[in-house]
Design a protein. Structure first.
Length: 760
């Protein structure tokens, strides 16, 4: 049926014979768009691998029906027409070589209006399948003809003879030989092979191959302990009630092994399994572990893979390929076109990394996994040693089923945790740099015992603040309201928000004195300090600076796992479920950075992170040790960590949340108002605040964002709290109506409003 309000365009070409998006996928896209107040197009764009998006190139040609002599042209326009007379066809990129980039579109539009030129569109597909070339001998040269051929080549073309003899040496049961192997084994150039192909003696066979392949299974799953078996049976029984299950198991209690046994049951039914992890780093160890058991039934999906690789996995999932029965991936793997999804495992369900921050849609993968599971009637298992307050609250309301494991596998003791008072250590002059002497002594003892050490510091770079001692000037980013971080190995100061960087200054830019002092410390400085303290040992670093390459995670973790690294320094990447057999000591450099963060979830997240990082110690046989450096040893969260008291943390948090009307007792929607003009941001914030006040009971703000300016844009925030019992769709319609009115105000046209539903 023809639309009433606009003219439709003709269909020129059907790109896909079959839809690449399934019905359940579309339902998920629509739900995310509706729930997170995001345009549906942005959800689809986020979901689809870029290689599905067709590229188009615009070409310009002269309009032969028009006489250019009768048209008045500017100098730039004349330059374009003159170039077209010579080249016949030009792309917009071609014009950038001799015209200012900002003027090009205006010049093209003017020439089209004057009838001087026409445009042609060429559609290009981004995806190119990976191919391998095999070599086969033509059937005419078998039998007696082959003998004659070999005799002839041996006399006239000895290199071709040698290549052909190598071909028969490599060939197995008459099958084609891989071209690159034939050339490698024979040591003869490709031109010789080409000559044999041109003569019709050999011919090439091009075959499409997958970019990612895993070897076949080599091991069986470990036998479960009695406690693990009991937990597995409880999970299976709980799934009968069709509720999500929260598996609360202490660190190293064997949750992954339970997942493995559970996954096998769904594979036996012929169903697909989605195994979600919060961080790409986690997939490295998990892939190694799962491939040994499930072999090439696993596909891995995350942003470190290329667009071509992700497209291939997408199609394997859609076609229910045997190579994609288990999908192990980060949050974006939710969007894959599952056909027969039976189980979703959300590992480390408490992790903040499941929340998409930038760009839109700002969804929570854990929450959307539950929505996706409902569409397929799939079973959902959430796992964590430190569950989120929201998930645990859902178990108390009987919305989720709770299953708990309170002891480690093989009865290994939980690590011994000790708080080191930095204030007292500095007072007694018992520190060396950023380390207390107690920590240095413990590291030394652990290394002498041939065990490994993990050092946790949740800040990258060398030093976060540079300040002149004479005039007090702080080296700040010119585009953001943050100090520049020193990265010593590059001799640069960098902004971690906009990417701005400068060479490390020798003198203060304000007063000209050579008196800049750097304070604070990041992972780079900790690594440098440890190299000085323990020069005979290998010290590596795991943070976003050292893991930019595709295989960086894998290489660093493999070295540590193989005992090639003695001490591993890292950020929060280290705390998310990684399993190392020989770690005897974990050091937390500065717990105060976690404890005093301005966020209603600061205490919960501090407890979770400290418990998780502590859980990396002593996972196999002997009890591990954890040292936490802090200036506030009596802080309540640290006391809960010392006693591994999750219940106390939960009860404290839930009471505070209820008292101050925070989730799970409210729903929150955050609005960031951004513009380069500060006054516009202030005016826009006040306008929205008044509008929201007319419709909602609890509206907080406008207030400065945590960082009031990023990339030269000033930021104000408004927070709306809603009753969970209220009709959320009705409330969101009111918000959209207000925002539509806001967008129609000309003065606010440049102002950007970012909506974040459930901003935590």
């Amino acid at each position: 049926k023809k639309p009433l309000h606009y003219e439709t365009k003709p269909i020129l070409h059907i790109v896909d014979k079959n839809p690449i998006i399934t019905e359940n996928q579309w339902r998920l896209f629509e739900f995310i768009a509706s729930y997170y107040l995001t345009p549906l197009g942005l959800v689809v764009k986020a979901a689809l691998p870029g290689s599905f998006m067709l590229q188009h190139e615009t070409y310009l040609v002269l309009n032969n029906e028009q006489n250019l002599e009768n048209i008045s042209l500017t100098d730039d326009e004349y330059l374009v027409t003159e170039a077209l007379e010579l080249q016949k066809m030009l792309s917009i990129k071609d014009l950038e070589k001799f015209l200012p980039k900002k003027k090009i579109i205006g010049i093209i539009n003017s020439l089209i209006e004057k009838g001087a030129i026409k445009t042609l569109q060429e559609i290009k597909e981004k995806y190119r399948p990976k191919t391998e070339i095999y070599i086969q001998i033509h059937e005419n040269y078998l039998g007696q003809n082959l003998d004659n051929l070999l005799d002839s080549l041996a006399k006239k073309a000895p290199k071709q003879y040698r290549l052909l003899m190598n071909f028969f040496k490599i060939q197995r049961q008459g099958k084609p030989v891989l071209r690159k192997i034939l050339l490698q084994e024979s040591g003869i150039s490709s031109s010789v092979l080409k000559a044999l192909v041109n003569k019709g003696i050999l011919y090439e066979i091009k075959t499409n191959v997958d970019r990612i392949n895993f070897e076949k299974a080599s091991n069986k799953a470990y036998d479960l302990s009695n406690i693990q078996n009991q937990s597995l049976n409880k999970i299976i029984q709980a799934f009968v009630q069709e509720k999500p299950v929260l598996l609360h198991g202490v660190t190293s209690s064997g949750k992954t092994e339970i997942y493995i046994h559970l996954i096998q049951k769904y594979l036996d039914r012929g169903q697909q399994v989605l195994y979600l992890v919060p961080e790409i780093a986690l997939t490295t160890q998990l892939v190694q572990r799962l491939v040994k058991i499930f072999g090439n039934k696993i596909a891995v999906y995350h942003s470190k893979y290329s667009q071509q690789e992700r497209r291939e996995i997408w199609m394997q999932v859609k076609e229910e390929s045997s190579k994609a029965q288990i999908i192990l991936g980060a949050r974006s793997s939710l969007f894959l076109p599952f056909q027969n999804l039976g189980l979703i495992v959300v590992d480390e369900e408490h992790e903040v990394s499941y929340k998409q921050i930038q760009p839109s849609p700002r969804y929570n993968a854990r929450d959307m996994a539950i929505v996706l599971g409902r569409f397929f009637n799939a079973d959902i298992l959430l796992g964590s040693a430190t569950p989120s307050v929201e998930s645990y609250f859902n178990t108390q309301r009987k919305k989720y089923q709770l299953i708990e494991i309170t002891q480690r596998f093989a009865n290994v003791k939980l690590p011994y945790i000790e708080v080191v008072d930095l204030k007292m250590a500095k007072k007694k002059k018992q520190t060396e740099g950023n380390f207390s002497r107690q920590v240095i002594a413990e590291i030394d003892t652990t290394l002498k015992q041939k065990k490994q050490v993990i050092v946790f510091q949740n800040r990258r770079g060398y030093a976060p603040v540079g300040q002149c001692e004479d005039c007090g000037h702080v080296l700040e980013c010119p585009h953001c309201d943050v100090s520049l971080t020193l990265h010593k190995h590059q001799n640069k100061l960098k902004c971690h928000y906009c990417g701005y960087s400068i060479e490390k200054p020798v003198i203060c830019p304000a007063c000209g004195n050579p008196s800049i002092k750097y304070s604070g410390f990041g992972t780079e400085q900790i690594q440098a300090d440890l190299i000085k303290l323990f020069p005979q040992h290998t010290i590596d670093r795991l943070d976003s600076d050292t893991t930019r390459g595709k295989n960086s995670f894998k290489n660093i973790l493999t070295k540590f796992q193989n005992f090639e690294t003695d001490i591993l320094v890292g950020t929060q990447m280290l705390v998310k479920g990684l399993d190392f057999e020989h770690v005897g000591l974990v050091v937390v450099m500065n717990a105060d950075q976690l404890l005093f963060f301005p966020d209603f979830r600061a205490d919960e997240r501090s407890f979770q992170m400290l418990m998780q990082v502590a859980g990396r110690a002593g996972r196999k046989k002997e009890q591990g040790k954890v040292l936490i450096q802090t200036f506030n040893p009596s802080h309540p969260v640290l006391q809960m960590v010392l006693n591994a008291d999750y219940q106390k943390m939960y009860q404290t948090e839930i009471q505070l949340r209820k008292q101050y009307f925070y989730p799970p007792f409210s729903r929150m929607i955050n609005f960031k108002i951004k513009d380069r003009n500060l006054q516009k941001v202030i005016d826009a914030s006040e306008w929205l605040k008044k509008s929201f006040d007319n419709h909602f009971d609890t509206v907080l703000g406008p207030s400065d964002a945590l960082i009031p300016r990023i990339k030269n844009k000033y930021i104000k925030e408004i927070l709306i709290k809603l009753q969970p019992s209220s009709n959320l769709n009705t409330q969101k319609l009111k918000i959209l109506h207000i925002l539509n009115s806001f967008e129609n105000i000309a003065f606010f046209k440049s102002v950007e409003v970012i909506i974040d539903v459930d901003p935590y």
